[in-house]
Write a protein that binds this ligand. Sequence first.
Ligand code: SAM
Ligand code: SF4
Length: 358
Amino acid sequence: MTISLGIPTRRRLPADLPPRPDGIPGLLDTYGRTATDLRISLTDRCNLRCTYCMPAEGLPTQPTSSLLQAAEIGRLTRIAVQELGVRQVRFTGGEPLLRGDLVDIIAACATLEPRPEISLTTNAIGLAARASALRAAGLDRINVSLDTVHAATFLEVTRRPFLDRVLAGIDAAAATGLTPIKINAVLLRGVNDDQAAELLEWSLARGHQLRFIEQMPLDADHAWNRTSMVTAAEIRERIAERFTLTPDVEPRDGAPAELFRVHPLGGGEAIGLVGIIASVSEPFCTDCRRVRLTAEGGVRSCLFSHTETDLLGPMRAGASDSEIATLWRDAMWAKPAGHGLDTGDFVQPTRTMSAIGG
Ligand code: SAM
Ligand code: SF4
């Protein structure tokens, strides 16, 4: 069903689903996967307008009263960690640094037993002033989105002239010990695809770990195009203009990024690592361990879901921890086999990446 805000919600499981067995711990689905990696969106607002994510004019945002409050995030995180086996919690958005209570949210998460690994995905605007407080609150790792180190290209991709602020944020995060910093980059044909090797050089020189993410059809403008997107194979070719890549020897272990060792052109000792997340051309759905909570408290079992299970409504209506855990388990039990991008009948979700939580 679709409620008036255009947000999909699911109250009942699909009729053809086998019943979920009782007594199984964790967020299991019918394909035998168990989600242990929770991504929580803290807001649908953002101070950039990346072309692959948001439209130039922005998107209608939810009123603050419809968003999870810090105490509600604390409660849901506790249920996830203590009742549902979640081991990693990543805060994202929208732009999570826009939440004034981010330090408190992280500090509460850091008190949980067992202590989850806590990470943040951010565009780093404003990070310079907050990095040390976030670190002190218990933040373990940080991913910063940076698609270029050229001011003109940054403006073209994000529609905002804020490259300097992002770079200052990255430097502050490094200075406070949030290392190694992961840099997330999306390549767009004709915009920054010729800068792949340069961005890698820049990252390696500073000890940051660069990960390229294939552009996915989650943009508000519906401009994504399978034939024009820059694939993982092309990204490897672009990097090979300046470096030699060899597969990393460590087992991938369900991680979305395929890691490569980076060597000087022609060979020699490895000087670092680079990751490529090939969600479109080389999907890894069979190993997916992720579960998402939107900023309004909706469980999404898949980034590309067309349905969500509302937890905020029941929580505000007085649901117990065990009732919330059951709703959450049921939502994950119905997780689809895959996102379907590799099939002809893929339909883009109505929510954009910024409104889901990347
Ligand atoms: N605002 C923060 C940021 O940009 O890091 C957090 C939210 S953002 C939605 C999370 C990640 O999603 C970013 O690394 C961004 O590059 C990525 N992303 C956004 N739209 C995407 C798309 N259409 N395809 C692939 N990655 C995308
Ligand atoms: Fe904002 Fe992140 Fe989307 Fe860019 S990718 S518009 S920074 S939410």
